[in-house]
Write a protein that binds this ligand. Structure first.
Ligand SMILES: [Zn+2]
Length: 347
């Protein structure tokens, strides 16, 4: 499901959510960005551990966002040097944007999953003509109409305005202790991105869920151009994994705190199963391109022809993640030739 730009119901931070845990609100001022709708802020977290304070997520790269962070840090009674680790849940702009600035300001060690590092600071893609051509060819084969293609390739910024910074700890394991404590662990939860991390605090019974689990909206699960991965399959597995954790409170990166972890995880899984069935039905008896499937199913943000270009593209990538999972389950076949890729129901 796509974000509808709903306002946040919480007060301005810092909010003390548990002993030694503060929630901060870092605004997302999308100046000049093409993205539509969107969320008003990123919720970041300060967690006190034996080795010092851990900051979970940085926020959007903007002065306004940085100053909001500074103000809330001071209001929480902390000095920049108190923060010893900065853990980024995933490579999206609203999470990693301020990583360099906060690392310089605090001297914290920057922690990310290795599979997200290369996407976080990929500014060179902006000027890589070969990469752009490949993406364009791929989109043509998925059935994206010429007028959309023209608009997409006319001046879109391909990579985030995120200043490059060295990552000190590249996580590769399924579970990694953080903050000098065995009770706070980063869990690899691929799906929303390949290197998404949740943090589980078993002592306080808290789950910092990043964008993996949100109280009302479902995180976007997308297949990216040329990828052979199965992000929705990975996501549903990650969802089952966190659903079994002993957590009383879930602290997400957007919207608001919630407590019904298991129930919310089941709801989201069921939402995707329903979408999978809809797409299977949309395939009918004939072959369809991914674009045709995306255009023929219902979207919560409105009828297909009323959606803006970027919403349609994000809906296309989400559709493809579902088609890929259907293919892996043996319910759909992907038939590719030089000009197009189409999907047909098996059997
Ligand atoms: Zn986010």
């Amino acid at each position: 499901m796509l974000p509808r730009g709903r306002g946040d119901k919480q007060a301005i931070g810092p909010v003390k959510v548990a002993d030694g845990v503060f929630q901060l609100q870092v605004p997302i001022p999308r100046r000049g960005m093409t993205e539509e709708g969107g969320l008003p802020n990123t919720l970041t977290y300060l967690v006190e551990e034996p080795g010092g304070w851990v900051l979970i997520d940085a926020g959007w790269n903007d002065d306004k966002s940085f100053h909001a962070f500074q103000k809330q840090l001071a209001a929480a009674g902390l000095a920049p040097r108190d923060i010893r680790w900065l853990v980024i849940t995933h490579h999206h702009w609203d999470h990693v944007g301020l990583a360099r600035r906060i690392k310089e300001f605090t001297g914290a060690r920057l922690v990310m999953h290795e599979r997200d590092v290369r996407w976080a600071f990929a500014a060179r893609l902006n000027s890589d003509g070969t990469a752009r051509r490949k993406v364009r060819d791929w989109m043509v084969r998925q059935g994206v109409p010429p007028q959309d293609l023209a608009a997409i390739f006319r001046g879109h910024r391909w990579a985030p305005p995120v200043p490059e910074v060295d990552v000190d700890v590249r996580i590769a394991d399924r579970e990694t202790p953080i903050g000098g404590s065995p009770t706070l662990r980063a869990l690899h939860t691929p799906g929303h991105t390949a290197g998404h991390l949740c943090l589980y605090d078993s002592r306080r019974r808290l789950l910092f869920s990043g964008d993996h689990l949100l109280p009302e909206i479902t995180p976007n699960i997308s297949l990216f151009p040329m990828s052979r991965a199965n992000p929705l399959g990975a996501y549903l597995e990650s969802l089952r994994r966190v659903a079994s954790l002993e957590a009383d409170t879930v602290l997400p990166a957007h919207q608001w705190t919630f407590s019904n972890l298991r129930q919310r995880a089941e709801e989201i899984a069921e939402h995707h199963e329903a979408r999978l069935r809809e797409m299977l039905n949309a395939l009918g008896s004939g072959p369809r391109t991914a674009y045709q499937v995306a255009a023929s199913i219902a979207w919560n943000v409105g009828p297909w022809h009323t959606l803006g270009l970027w919403t349609r593209m994000s809906a296309l990538f989400e559709t493809m993640a579902h088609l890929r999972l259907l293919e892996r389950r043996g319910e759909v076949r992907e038939v590719a030739d030089e000009d197009s890729v189409v999907y047909v129901r098996s059997g």
